[in-house]
Design a protein around this ligand. Structure first.
Ligand SMILES: *Cc1c(COP(=O)(O)O)cnc(C)c1O
Length: 379
């Protein structure tokens, strides 16, 4: 079965009694037992559910479905992308251990690793994963984990997944990759040899900007360790949000194909534009396309405020991956916390705009950007 077919026939058959086509929402905090013997059965593995923080059919369904999409044996859904990442890290790392992470991580993850994990005695070196030697030089006897993202934000550097797997094998390290931007439609890092793959399902997996959720997939062994963290840290996802995310995943292939196509079309138009200083868009991500995020730097001739207010129905949204085309301004949102020098070092300034392509008509999208650029030059 091709990916496009399997993701719509992926849902678990929970409701054997009424045979509902779609899994019902088990909006319940706990499950009931008729006798002490039955209750004992839960601990012996005879009853699947006890309490929704520990497990729920809808959240389990999401974890299992995304695991299948990624080609991994096991998966768990969590309350957010960040909690999926945290559970993944804490399944292989503990106090005293050391992580090597890519320096261009998503801001929230950077903060989680740098500040929060530091409080628990976990140290991290942030290095340029584009330079293999830098990664190898950072390895110490305490290093346990290599952490990166398939595509970085906002400049869309594509990770050398093969290189990461090779280093990890050589030095006996675990690997964890955030596959949020690429999705399993474009890349399947687990299949490429990565141990754990995390998602902010808030983005493309959900796809409709109406939930906050995360998923972590990997081997049975590592995901069961992550599950303990999720249960004990209280990082479970609610049944309804899991259900909405499951619904979203069924159209992932359709959405990603269209959004990626729209990105290609906009990139072609913007590359020719003399008011655009730079267009950042990967070329080597996947044979199905290079993703649906495009980052541009407008020329200094453009008035950036005017550009943003001229975008008609394209809204400024500090997130990405919905079915609507949206824009964000890294310097005032995702990369606001960085010092001016740090921003400059990675290439972020007021004229940098990140575009998340939606599923609209490509001609309409291109026209909106064309007009906004024109109006931003008229001031
Ligand atoms: C949004 C995002 C996260 C964090 O996910 P939440 O669902 O907001 O917790 C992590 N990684 C990437 C690449 C993201 O875009």
């Amino acid at each position: 079965m091709k990916f496009t077919t399997s993701i719509v026939h992926n849902q678990l058959k929970h409701d054997q009694k009424l045979k509902s086509k779609v899994t019902p929402i088990y909006q319940t905090s706990a499950f009931s037992f008729g006798s002490l013997e039955e209750l004992e059965g839960f601990y012996e593995g005879n009853a699947p559910y006890l309490y929704s923080r520990v497990g729920n059919p809808n959240t389990d369904e999401l974890g299992t479905m995304v695991a299948k999409m990624e080609g991994a044996p096991s998966g768990i859904a969590t309350s957010s992308g960040l909690s999926a990442i945290l559970a993944g890290i804490l399944s292989v790392v503990q106090a005293g251990d050391h992580i090597i992470a890519a320096e261009d991580l998503y801001g929230g993850t950077y903060h989680l690793i740098k500040e929060e994990l530091k409080m628990f005695g976990i140290s991290t070196s942030f290095v340029n994963f584009g330079e293999r030697a830098e990664v190898e030089q950072a390895i110490t006897s305490k290093t346990k984990l290599l952490y990166s993202e398939t595509i970085s934000n906002p400049f869309l550097r594509v990770e050398d997944v093969k290189g990461m797997v090779e280093i990890a094998k050589q030095y006996k390290l675990f690997t964890l990759i955030d596959n949020t931007f690429a999705t399993p439609f474009l890349r399947q890092p687990y299949v490429e040899g990565i141990d754990l793959v995390a998602h902010s399902a808030t983005k493309y997996l959900g796809g409709h900007s109406d939930i906050t959720a995360g998923v972590l997939v990997g081997s049975e062994n590592l995901v069961s360790k992550a599950r303990e963290r999720v249960v004990n840290l209280g990082a479970n996802l609610s049944p309804f949000e899991a259900w909405l995310t499951v619904r979203g995943t069924k159209t992932l292939a359709l959405r990603m194909a269209k959004q990626t196509e729209n990105a290609h079309s906009l990139v072609e138009q913007l590359k020719k534009h003399n008011a655009i200083e730079k267009v950042y868009y990967p070329t080597e991500l996947s044979n199905k396309g290079n993703g649906a995020i495009v980052t541009i730097e407008l020329s200094q001739k453009c008035n950036i405020e005017k550009f943003f207010t001229s975008l008609q129905w394209v809204k400024i949204i500090p997130s990405l991956a919905g079915v609507e085309t949206t824009v964000s301004h890294p310097v005032t949102t995702s990369h606001r916390a960085l010092s001016k020098e740090a921003q400059e070092k990675i290439g972020i300034n007021r004229h940098v705009v990140r575009i998340s392509l939606g599923i609209e008509d490509a001609g309409d999208i291109n026209q909106v950007f064309e007009k906004a650029i024109k109006e931003s030059l008229e001031i």
